[in-house]
Design a protein around this ligand. Structure first.
Ligand code: BDP
Length: 698
């Protein structure tokens, strides 16, 4: 059990269920003209049924002249006459929609998987397999659904030398050196896994992009990957380096208003589409953390995005322009900067541009308030960017289920158009009536046999796909689904394990950054605690910038008396965050600077509360480890032991986080230890000396 099969295990069901499936799924019938996608769907169905029913090989045939027979599983696009008069269910309407149903025939039944289009068939097949793997019977089955968001993309931060920036699961999957000649079968398994959760696009290379990926050699390599992914409904996208016309095009400028630059990009787009007819488009990180961009020429982000958009528009491609910008010279509070820069550009982007925004205004922290651009840019399609790879949450070493974090963000009310204006509604286009919609997830996938660096990190890949499909999805339900398919359908396992996953996110917040603390991780690699760091080149790279702890107090004043970041939120959100009366405890130090003896609503002082939260985080990690001793009994020994080993690391490091942070804050505040708190076993200097010089870095 090396984790390779992910949630697509198709292990044999219990005897009676397997027998019943065998009698009701005797052959796969393709009802529409065969295409690569329908064949992929049929092949997956056959594989799933054969595995689950532990039965003999089953046939895949075209629809026979006499129509479907009892025990057939028929797949096809809607509108055929194979199912009688095809009725639509509201839920199945729209691209990618499907309906799975039991139909009567000759006194028995057959199962129909109808898609609105080719991808819909594929998604219907995976929905059926998900239901069967989760312990449902194929009898009287009725499933219907459709994706709510158009672009559901992974972003790989993979370099061309196979190094994965912020990757904790080994090298890049893409073997650029041997492509396009050698096609690793893993590419197909990657595509299957993505298709099974509705992901329909992948950006192959790092946002800190090398221009070489746009040279003919690499276009041919990307084209080969696109060929493998296409049957699975997945399009390829590339990160484009802004200065490519200079780097590889022989021009001496990358000014977006220069006709030669525009012509270069238009020709480049033509060249890419000649090799990849369904190429998705470009993702761009510009004028951010040293990356080149249009501002070098006095042009705006909109000028830059629109120029690329014009090159892609004739081919139907999109530009995903990232809003992760903050200046090295601007003294403005870092979390204000993206909004300040992009808000005036709202409504000026071309029709095929999305602005891609991280969930919070800082950088993928264990907890941040939502980014004020959500709800603040009604005239622009905003693409959500989540991070699956846990750069700031203990890498692939700590068990943290991100579904809980993402649900919290998506369900937050921006109040942009009064109550009920959730981030989910901004992202799926409902709030402002956008047709073009997207969600991106920074991938946590590499060459490790288990793909994600740990068994439980696979859940974050899974949950991302499911929430991209439906941003109103329920993270707890998704956790259950994943557990059933990945480990066991036994309710004695599934429910407590799902609850453990749901609590895991709060645990990491508590032992790393409680009460609105943020960005106090180790320098560069972001692993382990380092709240004391204050000597890095740029102020906002230093943990100290974010907490400013001294003898008087702790926290970052973002109210009107401070940076006034609260003004970027709509009423009443800004008021709620801005007032000590109403700010939720979990954002206290994000928005406010308070003295150490400040009393929280429950009467404890800030110093007591901080010590309590850190300790609670450790307790939660210990509880997870203890629970796994029981839950692990339901799991095969190999994966059980691996999860247990990781939990041991997590408990040890949760203590390290608690002790190091409290030792530091005690030294800054000069206060005595609160009653009942055991002082850390080591000195602050000891903690400062603990470094991870060779942690997977940036
Ligand atoms: C930060 C990462 C850095 C990325 C950057 C980005 O530390 O490696 O390049 O985000 O999103 O979180 O561009």
């Amino acid at each position: 059990e090396d984790g390779y099969r992910l949630w697509l295990r198709y292990e044999s069901l219990a005897t009676t269920q397997a027998e019943s499936l065998r009698s009701q799924a005797r052959r796969v019938v393709i009802a529409s003209p065969r295409t690569a996608t329908l064949e992929a769907a049929a092949g997956e169905l056959r594989r799933g049924i054969e595995g689950l029913s532990a039965g003999a090989p089953i046939d895949v045939i075209d629809m026979p002249a006499e129509g479907p027979g009892e025990g057939d599983v028929v797949i096809g696009t809607t509108g055929g006459d194979w199912r009688g008069a095809p009725e639509q269910t509201e839920k199945a309407i729209g691209p990618g929609g499907y309906r799975v149903s039991s139909q009567a025939v000759h006194g028995g039944t057959y199962t129909a998987v109808e898609g609105q289009d080719q991808s819909g068939v594929l998604y219907g097949v995976f929905a059926l397999l998900r239901a069967l793997q989760s312990g449902n019977s194929i009898d009287s089955i009725e499933l219907a659904d459709h994706p709510r968001v158009g672009l559901r993309l992974l972003n790989h931060w993979d370099n061309l030398d196979r190094y994965v920036e912020r990757g904790y699961a080994g090298q890049s999957l893409w073997d650029w050196w041997r492509l396009p000649d050698l096609v690793d079968p893993r590419y197909t398994d990657y595509a299957r896994a993505n298709a099974s959760i509705g992901i329909n696009g992948t950006v192959l290379n790092n946002v800190n992009a090398a221009a070489e990926v746009l040279t003919p050699r690499y276009i041919a390599k990307a084209a080969k990957l696109a060929d493998v992914f296409r049957p699975w409904g997945i399009r390829v996208y590339l990160s484009a380096r802004w200065s490519a016309p200079r780097d590889i095009g022989g021009l001496d400028t990358a000014d977006p208003l220069d006709p030669a630059v525009r012509a270069w990009w238009a020709a480049k787009a033509d060249e890419i589409y000649a090799a990849i007819p369904d190429f998705g488009g470009f993702l761009v990180k510009a004028n951010s953390e040293g990356q080149p961009g249009p501002r070098e020429y006095g042009r705006s982000h909109a000028d830059g995005a629109n120029m690329l958009a014009a090159a892609l528009a004739p081919h139907g491609g999109v530009v995903m322009w990232r809003a992760f910008v903050y200046s090295e010279t601007d003294p403005e509070d870092r979390v204000r900067q993206a909004y300040t820069e992009f808000k005036p550009l709202d409504g000026t982007f071309a029709d095929n541009v999305l602005v891609q925004v991280k969930n919070g205004p800082l950088d993928f922290q264990p907890r941040e308030p939502f980014h004020p651009m959500f709800g603040g840019m009604p005239g622009t399609p905003l693409m959500m960017e989540f991070q699956l790879t846990k750069e700031y949450l203990g890498f692939s070493t700590h068990l943290v289920y991100l579904g809980a974090l993402w649900e919290e963000v998506l369900q937050t009310d921006t109040f942009a158009q009064g109550g009920g204006s959730t981030v989910a509604k901004v992202v799926d286009g409902r709030l402002d009536g956008h047709e073009l919609t997207g969600i991106a997830g920074v991938a946590n996938i590499g060459r490790d046999r288990d793909w994600s660096g740990s068994d439980f990190d696979q859940a974050n890949w899974y949950a991302f796909g499911r929430l991209a499909w439906n941003p109103d999805g329920d993270a707890h339900v998704i956790a259950r689904e994943w557990l059933q398919q990945t480990f066991s359908t036994d309710p004695a396992f599934v429910e407590p394990a799902a609850e453990l996953m749901m609590r895991s996110r709060e645990a990491v917040v508590n032992y790393m950054t409680p009460l609105g603390l943020t960005h106090i991780m180790g320098t560069g690699h972001h692993y382990g605690p380092a709240p004391w760091v204050d000597d890095l080149g740029r102020p906002e790279w230093n943990p100290f910038y974010y907490h400013r702890a001294d003898a008087d107090g702790i926290g970052f004043d973002r109210t009107a008396s401070g940076s006034n970041a609260v003004e970027q939120y709509h009423a009443p959100v800004g008021e709620q965050f801005g007032s000590l009366e109403s700010v939720p405890d979990e954002y206290l130090l994000w928005f406010h600077r308070v003295p150490w003896d400040y009393r929280l609503r429950d009467g404890t002082t800030l110093w007591q509360a901080l010590a309590r939260q850190y300790d609670q985080g450790v307790g939660q990690a210990e509880a997870m480890r203890a629970e796994w001793e029981t839950l692990g009994q339901h799991v095969d020994p190999v994966r059980r032991a691996r999860v247990a080993d990781y939990l041991d690391i997590q408990v040890r490091e949760a203590k390290w986080w608690r002790d190091a942070c409290l030792a530091y804050f005690q030294a800054r505040s000069g206060l005595d230890w609160p009653d009942g708190v055991t002082p850390p076993p080591l000195t602050l200097d000891d903690y400062r000396a603990m470094q991870f010089p060779y942690a997977p870095g940036n």
